[in-house]
Ligand binder design. Structure first.
Ligand code: ZN
Length: 374
């Protein structure tokens, strides 16, 4: 259970005080060199302009991230990272001295115009893709979220929220089947926060790790998050925490310990989402197509009009919906565009070109501004 006056109580059950935050033997092993230097392990619950809040055995501490902020935006400290921070007697400010290597990371392109990547959450085990049953299913959108989830390294689960709006069990099972056809290897779970349907299964699924909720606005993410956390997240946000020196500070957080076990990360950035170099992820979403492609006569078959193409044969036989191949191509194309836009070599060429033609001024400034992370 999350307590507003957060301070991991010393251990009645013999577990490490940070175990509710996901601390395990592997993290302990990774942390060993830093323990030798007298540093504290902790999990980043929020990042804000050069500072972050870290849950440690000394409580929630605020630490400066300037020691570990590299120029690569994909390596900046983010919510969910495990950090090595100065101990309480180190003076003010405390610093994050290192971040442990990430097991998984959620990244996205920050918008269609700015193509820098940004890490939204680190060390995520489960990506719960929330899809509302109040509106018509958009299978292409589900595929997109699945690609992002697989790419991050997290295991996706699709939650069909507002299941109480489909009272007919047969109708509901058809909807589940529809989603299952685009989600090979993924659990599809109808859930209702109104009736409680499916919540116990979901809680058990995510109990063993760190979870993010993905989905468009209106999909029911906030309600689901509040239900899982057990209270209004906004109320938790307003709660007063005690920092490492016993002072009360008002703080917001983007990482919550769940009463049923596990951790939920809810950052504003996760609410809008695009693909980011997710080609491997796309392959996993369309694993049945990649499998069929292995039987194509030509290794580089484009599944177009090539002779001996197993993919188009499967479509003709009705074993593969044509929509799936179109969707696959669309996501591959989109992903290539994003990667091309952000390729460092391409960018430096563009910059050179600007200098050469003397268009420097505004365009270069604009480029530099866009190239920086916020
Ligand atoms: Zn083919």
């Amino acid at each position: 259970m999350f307590h507003a006056s957060f301070r991991p109580s010393s251990v009645s059950d013999g577990r490490h005080p940070l175990a509710p935050y996901g601390w395990d033997e592997r993290w302990a092993a990774d942390f060993e060199p830093y323990a030798g230097r007298g540093l504290l392990p902790g999990r980043v619950v929020r990042v804000d302009r050069g500072q972050c809040d870290v849950a440690t055995v000394e409580g929630l501490v605020r630490a400066d991230t300037s020691f570990v902020t590299p120029h690569d935006p994909l390596r900046v400290v983010c919510t969910g990272d495990w950090a090595a921070v100065d101990p309480v007697d180190a003076g003010d400010p405390r610093y994050v001295r290192a971040c442990l290597p990430r097991r998984t990371a959620f990244a996205r392109s920050t918008s269609s115009k700015r193509s820098e990547g940004q890490v939204l959450a680190a060390n995520v085990d489960h990506a719960v893709i929330t899809v509302s049953l109040a509106v018509e299913l958009d299978l292409g959108r589900i595929e997109r979220f699945l690609a992002l989830a697989w790419e991050s390294g997290a295991q996706p689960t699709v939650v069909l929220s507002k299941a109480d709006l489909v009272p007919d069990p047969v109708g509901l099972s058809y909807l589940v089947e529809d989603v299952e056809t685009v989600a090979p290897g993924v659990q599809v779970l109808p859930v209702s926060c109104t009736t409680g349907e499916g919540l116990d299964v979901l809680a058990a699924t995510i109990a063993g790790g760190t979870t993010v909720l993905l989905g468009v606005s209106g999909a029911g993410k906030s309600t689901l998050a509040n239900t899982l956390v057990g209270e209004e997240i906004m109320t938790v946000q307003a709660a007063r925490d005690v920092d490492g020196k016993g002072r009360h500070t008002t703080t917001t957080r983007n990482l919550f310990v769940l009463p049923g076990g596990g951790v939920l990360i809810d950052t504003p950035g996760l609410r809008g989402v695009g693909l980011w170099d997710a080609e491997t992820g796309v392959g996993q979403v369309f694993s049945e197509i990649e499998e069929l492609a292995g039987d194509c006569r030509f290794h580089d078959c484009a599944h177009d009009a090539e002779p001996g193409c197993a993919v188009t044969a499967a479509i003709e036989e009705g074993a593969l919906p044509a929509r799936r191949l179109e969707s696959y191509r669309k996501l591959i194309r989109e992903n290539r565009r994003i990667v091309a836009k952000t390729d460092a070599r391409v960018r430096s060429e563009m910059l050179k070109e600007w200098k050469r033609i003397g268009a420097g001024g505004r365009a270069a400034m604009e480029f530099k501004r866009q190239g920086r992370i916020r």
